[in-house]
Design a protein around this ligand. Sequence first.
Ligand code: ADP
Ligand code: MG
Length: 758
Amino acid sequence: MPPTSDRSAPSDHATLRVTGMHCATCVAGVERALRRTPGVRAASVNLAAASAAVETDPGIDTETLAEAIRKAGYDAETVDLNATTDDHTPDPEHARLRRNLTLAAVCTAPLVVIEMGGHLVPAFHHAIMGAMGERPLRFVLLTLAAIVQFGSGRRFYTTGLASFRRLAPDMNALVMLGTSAAFAYSALVTIAPALLPEGSRHVYFEASAVIITLVLLGRHLEASARGRTSGAIRALLKLRPATARVRRDGRETDLPAEQLRVGDEIVVRPGERIAADAEVIEGEAFVDESMLTGEPEPQRRTPGDRVVGGTVAQSGSLIIRATGVGRDTVLSQVVRTVREAQAAKLPIQTLVDRVTSVFVPVVIVIAAITFIVWQLLGPEPAFAMAVSNAVAVLIIACPCAMGLATPTSIMVATGRGATLGVLFRRGDALQRIASVQGVLLDKTGTLTAGAPSLTDVVLRAQSPHERTTEHQALRLAASVETRSEHPLARAVVAEAESRGLALSTITAFESRPARGVRARVEGAHVSVGSAAWLRELGIDPDPLEPDADRFAAAGKTPVFVAIGANAVACFAISDPLKPDAEESVRTLHAMRLTTELVTGDRERTARAIAGRVGISRVRSEVLPEQKAEAVRDAQRELGPVAFVGDGINDAPALATADVGIAIAAGTDVAIESADVVLIAPGVMGVPRAIRIGRATMRNIRQNLFWAFAYNAALIPVAAGVLYPLTGWLLNPMLAAGAMSLSSVSVVANALRLRRVRI
Ligand code: ADP
Ligand code: MG
């Protein structure tokens, strides 16, 4: 999600791909460089996505931003979030990394063989010595180590030095300092041994070379694994078929999918993937939508139904008319949303960033102290051991795993969510949703299918000469309701249509959310809505109240119709529960969450529906603003809460709740106000979304533990604190191996989220 500051002023958003970042301090460095650039209002950098989301004043060139990042020692290029092709073009940074690693490995191998081999097999040592002599051999070692140090390891100098210049040393600085110390010392022994006391004339070329090789290896593994964290997006992009069979001017031709236009008629044969969002105009098929909604059952689609691009017509063939192509498809929207959410920062990340920004300077100080203490108090060769231990401290403390801990988990989790039909519009909702204590649910369209049908009509007993007929009441009410987007309105209109009633034109249409509608039809004011709506208009609904109560007790919604100042009819509208509504509520309860039904419908209806799904807390007859009030009350009582809704009337509550969850089939207003959108049919997505959040936070905490506890715990060992007691020291090469392993294990742990049971 692009960061926002001043919402009122117009602004531009840019996304850049940033390469060369490896830890939280790098992230902070890039962010600082961006924020200092004139015209930048906010910047948020994501390590795992290797991206920066920047909000700027209008008209700021993205190249200026890229330049600022380059000056800070990283590489940057602009990217298009809308890009609809496979975005994982081979990363040039990854390719460079692989080349550097290969060179480092080739040069390091002989170093290790000669040094270690010499230690382990004295005969081997003597053979080499005999063949070359001590000094020439050391010059060969020096050459190999120099290639690794300044060839493969050049990146540590460029980025490490840049970080020093910013006065915010990062992990590249630690690697640079550590390996330079080992290398410089050994080079000194080789070139000018006389400068050092006899006992200290050891060389450690293999140490600096092995450290660099291992750090590069760790990054290579990490980059490969990071590539997999965006696997979900790539999988979604692959759903798009390359061609579609289009019928234009009576002829069928295979067209590349990019050339499709809205209105095109597309022929979909059995087993084919649907190329665009469309409406079915002919045929019948079972469509597998599981890749987008997680719903395993294929759905039957007949003329008039909508189908979504990327889904598969399993059996049967269809002729469809495209309603959305290219970027304007549900699939593109999902990809765009997931990409934005993946760049988000969780609140917990701020803490991590603060810790790491002090961590590196502290480590440098500890390394300096280690060096001094060993030099002053350590056993001979004091200088050599002082260097080795200070190097071990610098290397083991690299906080790269910490920088990866949260972003990798977010990437995997949002991608996993998308494939389960749970779309996180905002990545930070992952953290908030994990801590919700209560879930408030709207009724119509959320717990119920939102496909209501009119079941009964009662007319008010009137004097015979002014009696309104059932048809008349329905015809007038339906005329008004044609203009309403409310599910109840659709039921009234559908019933009138099925009875073949001719609707009249209306004027002066008025709509009051959560109350009803009103317009002038055939010279009279016709009002349709709740009893409260009639009362608000000064019309007495009481003569029809007994019937309304009877309908409500059966879980149906009574809808009153008034002509002029008289209530003339009451319709019963029944909206079946979603098949999984009860299961969903039961699951929420099993997760120790409190549930509450919040609806604009009347008390009796609300209680009847709540009773069927097992919700005991009910708030009824609420206006949109009061839904938000219900959220605030629940927050005071329970703590963080989520609100689930679909309508315009739910928007304030969705925005007020700690997490707003919208039903994708609902109104755009609701979706825009929500943090999470459920694409899957049904409401099981609610407990699923919460489970994803909980699993993600658990995963992040594990990551932070492994990354941090481990760094911190081994620092004293590396410094040699245990040496006087046990004789333990941490070989700098082991430190490098351990450090790389910690990054890899963090990423591997995050990847587990792909398989965790939700
Ligand atoms: P919910 O909170 O369950 O989604 P709403 O707040 O949208 O329900 O609506 C509350 C009540 O307002 C409905 O039960 C109905 O009585 C009345 N109402 C709202 N809009 C209309 C409409 N277009 N036609 C008839 N009744 C309506
Ligand atoms: Mg609703």
